[in-house]
Each structure stands twice: as structure tokens, then as C-alpha cells.
Design a protein around this ligand. Structure first.
Ligand code: ADP
Length: 677
């Protein structure tokens, strides 16, 4: 995890008065709080310079002069006058509120200059197209546009929540989810941890494990320590007040220059529904600063040997700042791949394993994210849409298998680092490696969520009846990748090709079978009832059982209530969220798994769960159909002037949109009769 960013510093006041997009004739908007709202035209026209170019030219000197110099050099496309300039001037520019960008501000500013979009560093009275938040989604004033954070993401990727979400998937698909180290949640699973370790040691006396204890919500290696035996856990008062995850320590990591390193990869979750995931083609590798040795009681405490956190290793005398992406304590991931490839490693397979790890992890996170989403942005109410850049921390094992360490909701987007000039005197200096990777990720995220590109795409789709897949892809990639119909004069002309590669839905076919919990979450959300809640009440749970026809002589409604109370009480006693009472999604998932095991005995769990989902979806589709027919009947009777009762069924189309058409549900449901209680 990474800490929340510090407040933005050194936001240069913008000077050009704002004009609402697309309304050049409207009066200019008053700058807020006496602050001008937009960089002057000549500054806005500053040329787009990539991080790589700057690093080659050595631009980016420290201080205000250096900052002002950012982006100078090449003339921006579309500002060369003539027809091209005319087109660009007519096109309303995308507006971005950067007032909450915090530590990502510098990289965002460079990206916006490269794109020639309008930045509002102090916010704006009119709505913006995009709101760039440094920390979290929360902002009750946003009713439109897009926000670069999903509600609930920070909670979802905390160490305990992530471990739980991955464990649910490991229960269903153990082989597919073996990229996450075996983990236990403290303090509640301490007895389980002790028992399981003892059993494993008994069955394999040669197993000499090491474990890593990580406080929940900790970041930058804070509070992390290694142990050799469960009895070494510091079960003092603090573990009660500060829950943690204890995890099997990966003892044989891949080493480069005898050093342990991890990979930070940037992943864009562009949309939750439908699921859209992109991965940045390059990331960062963060190196330890002491040569690695497998853990022994003697070296367990050597953080510079075992922990790859930049924030820790920067304090080591061995830390090497380098302007070269191939050397130093922080390098690009591509430089590592080059090196591995030259050693004959199968780099293609490594990439495909990484893509698979990323997709599977996001599949584990989406069910709960959807619950948060419907709670914060209820369907049918005005609200923004969301996207988010996530930081995946991955460790490569000696055999090149990637292992997930954690996911960061707020990966650091700083492009400067602190350098100690003399003892106690620090200065922020540009970090070319960070800038090269991070500016590209932010800029290309913006290009992918560009609302005007979407509009242009919609128009094209309307006019062209059959847009070929190839054309779609070209559109997605932008003109730099092959034209957008505007040739090289398009708004993105001159920009490098996208650094973000779509992996979902591109590989959806391979991974969709894993999305079972997503479907369980859809059932949960349907029965939540009152919009804005995240927990299911006892009545909602009973309605779910009744509507899905899950109760029978073997499973009475009294047993349903007992199941609800037992599971809900246990989950609520774990102290995750006391704000609301009721059954959380994880508790519902556990209850659902229980029901599935009871109903379809002697099958693997994922098959039991899949069958129960089909069964529920079938009955709900049938119910929806019945309601629709009744509703239609009512409408017909009403329009014919016949008064009649509605037999107590209410039709609210949004709430009762069938989850599945009945025909589809029926074919999926065909098996279930063979697997009754
Ligand atoms: P934080 O959020 O505090 O950075 P991480 O989970 O990223 O916590 O762990 C910090 C560092 O510890 C990682 O960067 C990695 O070097 C090391 N680490 C974490 N988990 C493991 C593990 N299971 N095996 C080996 N090393 C690990």
C-alpha cells in the first residue's frame, strides 16, 4: 500500500479566463477566489515532450524555472495554424479538475499539456469532464463526468480485504489462484495458522518456512517483520488493535545483480460494468540494496535485504539514483525483461502469466466493488462514472512465476525524488525513470477515457452500420496507432502510441468462467432493496430464498433464519464495518456456498456454486417474466378502461430487469434436476 499523497504544492496559477466547452461565444467565467482558471494560451500551446525526450535532453531542472520549462521543445500538434489549427481551435477541449490531484499533480500537468486539455487547478464552478483525485472517490458534489477513483477501492485493496477476496476465489479455483501466497488473517485466524503450519510441518519435516507479518492498512513496509515460527508472532496488545495478514514468505525470488526486486505494474480499470482492463506495457522495478540471502534467524531483520520498498531502501547508503532506466535501484520493468530475454528466458510466457494474474485479481475484486458502486452511485441517479489506475506489486520467483504481493489503490505518481545534498539538507529532483513510466500511464489513461473520443466514436458508429473490428481497434488506439479518421491531423497526432494494452474484454473468453462471485453479487444487489445500502437485512435474505425457491421440507424458513443469524453474526464480529447492520457480501457469499454444498452434494465447489447460480437466475427470470406479463395485463386492462387488481405484483422496470432471459436460464438450468438435495 502507498500512503495518501500530500497536498499539492506549487500549483502555478492559471491565467486564461475559462470558456465553457463548446460555447466560445458565451461570456467568460469568473475566475474562482480571485484565482485565474486556465493557463495562458501561449502556455497551453507549449509543446508536448515525452518523458524520454526530456530525459535525453536533460530538461526538467529543479525549481519553478524547471517546472515552467516542462513540456517545451516540440511544437504541439494542431497549433501550427492553417486548417489544422482551425480544427483544433473549434474542437471544445476536455476539461479536467486537478484541484484534488495531490502528489499526482506534476505528472498530470505534463500529461494535460501534452494532450492540450484544459486544466482547472483550483476547481471550477461549471462541471468538468474529468475530476482527478489523488486519494479517493469521495466527493458529494460531482454529478456528471468521470472521476479517476472507484468508491470502495481503497477499502477493497487493504491487505485483509484483498486476502479475503482472493481466498474466496482460491476456495473455488485453487489452481487458478495459486499466484497469491498462502495467507491468514490475524488475530481471528491465529489458531488456524498455528494448526495448519503444524500439520504441514508434520507431513513434510523438510519444510522450513518463513512468514511475513504485515499490518492491515500499513504501507511502505511499515510494521512488517519476518518470523520463522507462528509462536514468534508479536501477539501483544497491538495485534488486537492492529489486525494483520501473515503470509508465507517467498524465499526464492528471482535476483538481478544478486538483489531482490519487485515489479510495480500500472493497471487501468476503465469500467466495472462492462469490465474493461488495460495494462501498461512498462512498469518499474524496485530493488533491495543489500545482496539477497535466503532467510535465516540471523538475517530476518535486514530490511534492505528482504523488503523492496523504495521508501525504505532510499535510506540505505547503497541506494543508487540513476537517470538511466537500465541501472540503479529503480529501473523500468522493460529493462529487466530485456535482460531476462538476453539470458534466454521466455519473456512472452512471463507477460502472459502477468496478464492472467492481473485479470484474475480484478475478477476477485469486482463483486464487492459493484456493491460499493451501487451504494455510492445508485442506478438512475445523477453521478459520475469512474475509472482508476491501480498499482500491482508483483514478485517474480526464481522460476519466473509472478506472485501477487499487493494492489495499491493510490499508486505513487510522483515523478521527483528527494535527494540529500548534504547531511539533513534535502532537495526534490526530477526522476527520469518515474517520469517516463508515470506520465505515459496518466496521459494514456486520459486518452482512453477521453469523453470526446467517445462522442466521435458514437457518431461514427451511427453512420457506419458495420464498423469492422480492425477499425474499432484503430479507434481505440487513437490516431497515433493508425488513425482515427482524422489522419495525422487528429487531436492526438504526434503523441506516442498508447502504452496501455487492453486485456479485458480482449481475453474475456478465457476468464469468464471465473466470474461466479460476480453473479452471486448480482443476486445480492438485487435483494439489497433500499438503494444506498451495502448490507442485506433478514427480510431481504428471506425474499431471496423464497423468490429463488430455495426453501423446501429439508430446509425450512426457520433454518433460513438461523443460517442468516449465524453467518451474519460471525462476519460482524470480525469488526470490518460496524456502520451498517446486516449481512455483508462476503457473508452472503459464504451462505450461498453453504446452500450450494447442501443442494448439490459431492461435486467440486465451483460446480455446486455455478449450478445454484443457474437455479436462482432461472427462478428470478421466471418471476420477472411473470411480473412483466402481469404488468402488461394491467397496462392493457387500464388502457382498455377495465379496472382490476394487480395481484399484488409491482413492476418497477429498472429494479426487475431480468438477470437472464428465461430461455438462456432454462438451458443453463437443465442440469439442476439431476442434482437435487
Ligand atoms: P507495504 O504495503 O507495506 O509495502 P507489501 O505487502 O508491499 O507491504 O510488502 C512490503 C515488501 O515486503 C514487498 O515490497 C516485498 O519486497 C516484501 N514482501 C511482501 N510480501 C512478501 C512475500 N509473501 N514474500 C516475499 N516478500 C514479500
Amino acid at each position: 500500500m502507498e500512503p495518501a499523497g500530500a497536498p499539492p504544492q506549487g500549483c502555478a496559477p492559471a491565467r486564461e479566463a475559462e470558456v465553457p466547452p463548446g460555447s466560445p461565444a458565451l461570456p467568460t467565467e469568473e475566475p474562482q477566489g480571485g484565482q485565474p482558471a486556465e493557463p495562458p494560451p501561449e502556455e497551453a500551446a507549449l509543446p508536448a515532450v515525452t518523458g524520454r525526450e526530456r530525459c535525453r535532453r536533460g530538461v526538467g531542472t529543479q525549481g519553478p524555472g524547471g517546472r515552467a520549462a516542462r513540456g517545451r521543445g516540440r511544437r504541439a500538434p494542431g497549433r501550427r495554424g492553417g486548417e489544422e489549427g482551425g480544427r483544433a481551435a473549434r474542437r471544445p477541449r476536455v476539461t479536467v479538475d486537478s484541484s484534488k490531484a495531490k502528489t499526482s499533480l506534476e505528472a498530470l500537468k505534463i500529461s494535460l499539456r501534452q494532450l492540450r486539455w484544459r486544466e482547472f487547478p483550483f476547481g471550477r464552478r461549471l462541471p468538468c469532464d474529468i475530476y482527478w483525485h489523488g486519494v479517493s472517490f469521495h466527493d458529494n458534489d460531482i454529478f456528471s463526468g468521470q472521476v479517476n477513483k472507484f468508491p470502495g477501492m481503497t477499502e477493497m485493496v487493504r491487505k485483509i480485504t484483498l486476502s479475503r477476496a482472493v481466498r474466496t476465489m482460491q476456495d473455488l479455483f485453487p489452481l487458478e489462484y495459486n499466484f497469491y501466497p498462502r495467507s491468514w488473517i490475524l488475530p481471528e485466524e491465529f489458531p488456524l495458522f498455528v494448526d495448519e503450519v503444524r500439520m504441514m510441518k508434520d507431513s513434510d519435516p523438510s519444510w522450513k518456512p518463513t512468514f511475513i507479518v504485515k499490518p492491515d492498512g500499513g504501507c511502505q513496509g511499515d510494521g512488517i517483520y519476518l518470523i520463522k515460527d507462528p509462536s514468534d508472532i508479536r501477539l501483544t496488545g497491538s495485534i488486537q488493535s492492529r489486525p494483520a495478514v501473515v503470509q508465507e514468505y517467498i524465499c526464492k525470488p528471482l535476483l538481478v545483480d544478486k538483489l531482490k526486486f519487485d515489479i510495480r505494474l500500472y493497471v487501468l480499470l476503465k469500467s466495472l460494468e462492462p469490465l474493461e482492463i488495460y495494462i501498461a506495457k512498462d512498469g518499474l522495478s524496485r530493488f533491495c540494496t543489500e545482496p539477497y540471502q535466503e532467510p535465516t534467524l540471523k538475517n530476518l531483520h535486514q530490511v534492505f535485504m528482504h523488503l523492496t520498498n523504495y521508501s525504505l531502501n532510499i535510506h540505505s547508503g547503497n541506494f543508487i539514483h540513476s537517470d538511466n532506466v537500465n541501472t540503479g535501484s529503480k529501473r523500468t520493468f522493460s529493462s529487466i525483461l530485456c535482460r531476462l530475454s538476453s539470458r534466454g528466458a521466455d519473456v512472452k510466457k512471463l507477460w502472459s502469466d502477468i496478464i492472467s494474474l492481473v485479470i484474475k485479481t480484478i475478477i476477485a475484486l469486482t463483486p464487492e466493488l459493484k456493491v460499493y458502486y451501487q451504494s455510492d452511485i445508485p442506478a438512475g441517479k445523477p453521478g459520475p462514472t469512474c475509472f482508476q489506475i491501480l498499482g500491482f506489486d508483483i514478485l517474480l520467483m526464481k522460476n519466473l512465476k509472478p506472485m501477487l504481493l499487493e494492489v495499491n489503490a493510490n499508486p505513487s505518481m510522483r515523478i521527483e525524488h528527494e535527494q540529500e545534498l548534504s547531511p539533513g539538507v534535502f532537495e526534490n529532483v526530477p526522476s527520469p525513470v518515474d517520469e517516463e513510466v508515470k506520465v505515459a500511464v496518466i496521459r494514456d489513461t486520459l486518452r482512453l477515457v477521453d469523453p470526446q473520443k467517445k462522442k466521435r466514436k458514437d457518431v461514427q458508429c451511427q453512420t457506419l452500420e458495420h464498423v469492422s473490428e480492425a477499425k474499432e481497434e484503430a479507434l481505440e488506439a487513437g490516431p497515433a496507432d493508425g488513425g482515427e479518421g482524422e489522419g495525422s491531423r487528429g487531436p492526438e497526432a504526434g503523441l506516442p502510441s498508447l502504452c496501455l494494452k487492453q486485456v479485458f474484454p480482449k481475453y474475456a473468453k478465457q476468464f469468464n468462467y471465473l466470474r461466479l462471485v460476480d453473479r452471486v453479487a448480482a443476486l445480492f444487489i438485487r435483494f439489497l432493496g433500499v438503494k444506498g445500502t451495502t448490507k442485506l437485512g433478514p427480510t431481504g435474505f428471506r425474499t431471496f430464498i423464497r423468490n429463488c425457491k430455495l426453501s423446501n421440507s429439508n430446509f425450512s424458513m426457520a433454518s433460513v433464519d438461523i443460517l442468516y443469524i449465524d453467518i451474519t453474526r460471525r462476519w460482524n464480529s470480525m469488526g470490518i464495518d460496524h456502520k451498517e447492520s446486516g449481512m455483508c457480501l462476503q457473508a452472503f457469499v459464504e451462505a450461498f456456498f453453504c446452500l450450494a454444498q447442501k443442494k448439490y452434494k459431492s461435486l467440486p465447489l465451483h460446480e455446486q456454486v455455478a449450478l445454484l447460480i443457474d437455479f436462482c437466475e432461472y427462478h428470478l427470470a421466471a418471476l420477472d417474466e411473470k411480473r412483466l406479463v402481469c404488468g402488461r395485463g394491467v397496462v392493457e386492462r387500464r388502457s382498455a378502461g377495465v379496472s382490476g387488481q394487480t395481484d399484488g405484483l409491482h413492476l418497477t422496470p429498472a429494479a426487475h430487469t431480468p438477470l437472464l432471459s428465461r430461455t438462456a436460464a432454462a438451458s443453463k438450468f437443465a442440469d439442476y434436476r439431476n442434482h437435487r438435495y
